[in-house]
Design a protein around this ligand. Structure first.
Ligand SMILES: [Zn+2]
Length: 275
């Protein structure tokens, strides 16, 4: 009898501990809110989107190396976990457990050469899983882009997952105005299918995710992307990703070189400054 009493008191004790943990898990200023905790039943995760890296701020899409390292170090020191995007998408598809609290996901769009030339050493130093969204028409073609060889080298590190960013990064709003409905339908299918086919063939992978060029999407595009074999798609909505997001428009934050100190803490807290 005393055994069962003890068991019951242990259960009660743990229940109290859990309740207290939930109660006290209020955001600590500067440390960001505890994403994915019981206080946050939506299992929110932070997904960052980078483009180019340089030693100086060449343009608004460039993050300098000291700022990139500040962000990685800050996240590590404040108890955040870097998880692969695929792990989060598997959770959203019902194939994996919910992401652990304070999960952060790193994505990089457009296949800039600076990912290989500048960001790679830091990615390896911090052992961060990264998802690259690539539009294959630029690879081994545009002067700013990586080559297929570089992409294969990144894949071989085991830290990079490579996914689709359409075939040539069109502005779907512009194309919809410019083309007849039949032409537009064909154009969209081409952008989705040709990208996946090229990446699959060139890299020996199976692409299942898409990032919307310029963050532009609508119901029709989401439906067509699903039909082309994409299971998830990433947007740029500037908020934490969570169960509230349509799986074909998962939220990300576009990272800029300004995102250090207070600006970065505001993103972590889910209250980014207007940009
Ligand atoms: Zn892009």
């Amino acid at each position: 009898m005393s055994g069962s009493f003890q068991t019951r008191s242990s259960i009660l004790f743990f229940a109290l501990l859990l309740a207290a943990g939930g109660f006290f898990a209020t955001p600590v200023k500067g440390a960001g809110r505890a994403v994915g905790t019981s206080a946050n039943p939506e299992h929110e995760v932070l997904i960052f989107d980078y483009h180019r890296f340089n030693t100086y701020r060449a343009d608004s899409m460039t993050v300098t190396m000291p700022v990139f390292e500040f962000q990685l170090q800050y996240l590590e020191e404040h108890g955040y976990h870097f998880i692969p995007l695929s792990q989060y998408v598997d959770y959203r598809l019902g194939k994996a457990a919910a992401p652990p609290p304070r999960s952060v996901i790193i994505t990089m769009d457009d296949g800039h050469e600076s990912v290989y030339a500048r960001a790679l050493p830091l990615i390896e130093k911090y052992r961060i899983p990264v998802t690259l969204f690539i539009y294959p028409s630029a690879i081994s073609n545009a002067s700013y882009a990586m080559t297929w060889k570089q992409l294969r080298a990144l894949k071989a590190t085991g830290l990079f997952d490579i996914q689709s960013h359409t075939y040539w990064h069109p502005n779907f709003k512009v194309e919809k105005r410019r083309l007849t409905p039949a032409q537009y339908d064909k154009f969209v299918k081409f952008q989705f299918q040709r990208s996946k086919q090229t990446l699959d063939r060139k890299l020996g992978i199976n692409v299942t995710m898409l990032a919307w060029p310029y963050g532009i999407y609508d119901q029709e595009l989401m439906r067509k992307a699903r039909e082309a074999g994409y299971q998830a798609a990433l947007a740029l909505n500037g908020r934490h990703a969570g169960d509230h997001d349509n799986i074909m428009a998962i939220s990300r934050y576009l990272v800029s070189d300004r995102d250090k100190g207070r600006f970065f803490e505001d993103i972590l807290a889910g209250t980014p400054a207007r940009r």
